[in-house]
Design a protein around this ligand. Sequence first.
Ligand code: GDP
Length: 387
Amino acid sequence: MSPVLVVLLIFVLAGALVALGLGLSRRSQRRGEIAPTRPAPSPPITPAPPTPIVVEEVEPEAIEPSEAIEPPEAIEAAETPVVEAHVEEPRLRDRLGKTRAAFVRSLAAARGRGTVDDDTWDELEETLLLADVGLPTTTRLLDGLRERARSQRISDADALVDALHVELVALLDESGDRTLTAHAGEPNVWMFVGVNGVGKTTTIAKVAQRETDDGHKLVLAAADTFRAAAAEQLSEWAGRVGAEFVRGQEGADPGSVVFDAMSAAASRGADLVLVDTAGRLHTKVNLMNELEKLRRIVERTPGALKEVLLVLDATTGQNGLSQAREFADAVDVTGVVLTKLDGTAKGGIVLAIEAELGIPVKLIGVGESAADLLAFEPESFVSALLE
Ligand code: GDP
C-alpha cells in the first residue's frame, strides 16, 4: 500500500470515530435535558398492570379525587360535627364560660373580704341580675339565702357561697321530672315548638342523634311547610342518623305531615316521631292555633304525645321568658330546651324559667355539634356556675 493510501485510510477512520462520538454525546445530552423537567417515564410504565383487571382498579382511583369534591353533602358530612359526637362529652364548666365568669368573679371578691357584709349582698344581687335571673327570682333567692344565713349563723363568705349553692339547687329541684318520656312498644311523639332562629332544627338533629344511639327508630317530620330550608336541613340529618323523613309540599297542611309521619312510624315500626313545627306565621294567634291543631292531631292516637318541648335561645335572656309564657299558654309545654348557653352571659335565665313558669328545663344546648346537647341536671349546672 502506498503511503498516500495509508494516510487517506487513517483520515477516514479518524473521521468515522469522531462522528460516532458526537452522536453518542448528543443522545446522552438529550436524556439529561428531559430528566429534570418531566418525571422519568419509567415509573408509570414499569408497574403497568399485567392484566386488564388491575387497570380497571387503577382508573377509579384516578377519578376519585374530583368526584369527592363534587357533591356538597360529601363535604358537609366531612365537616359535620356529628362525626365528633361520641368523641368526648363537652365539659359544662367550659361551655358555661361567660355566665360562670361573672359568678366566679363576684364570689372571689366576696371571699376575698372574708366576712359577709352589705357589699357581699349587693354584689350577689348584681351578679344574679346581670346573669338575667330576673328581679322576682333574684329577690326570692336572696330572701331564702338571708334566711338560711340567719338561721345557720353564717358570717363567713365561703360558707355563704356554699349556702347559695344549696339555695340554687333547691330552687331548681322544685321543677319536677326532667326525663323525656318514651315508652317502648307504643308510638311516642315529641313536638318541638319555638320561634325561628332559636335552634329548633339543630336541637331536633341533636336529639335524633342521641335517641338513635339509644336504640330508638325515628321518624323526623318537617311540619313547618313554609320553611323549605329547615325541611332540607332536617332531611339531611334524617339521612345521617338513618331516620325516616316526612315533609309536605310548600305551604301544605302541617297537620297532614304529622299524620303521615305517624302512619310512617306505625308501618315501619319506628317508635319515636320528632316533629319540627312552624316558628312564625302571619300572626301569633295563627301560630298558636296551628300548634294547638297539631297537638290535637297527635292526640287522636291516645297517649302518643309524650313531650311538647319549647326551644328557647338563652342569649335572648328575659325576652325568652315572655316567649315561653305565650307558648306555655297556647300548648301544654312539658319541658324546655335551652339552647346557646355556650355563647351568653345570661345563663341565669334557667333559674327564671323554672322559678317563674314552673316548666322544667330538660335539655341544654352548649354548642353546635351533636354532642353539645346535655341533659339538664341542677347539681352539675350549679357546680359549673359557682366552682
Ligand atoms: P331554628 O330556626 O329554630 O330551626 O334554628 P336553627 O336550628 O336553624 O339554629 C339557628 C342557629 O343557632 C344555627 O346557626 C345553629 O347552629 C345555632 N345553634 C343552635 N343551637 C346552638 C347551641 O346550643 N349553641 C350555639 N352556639 N349555637 C347553636
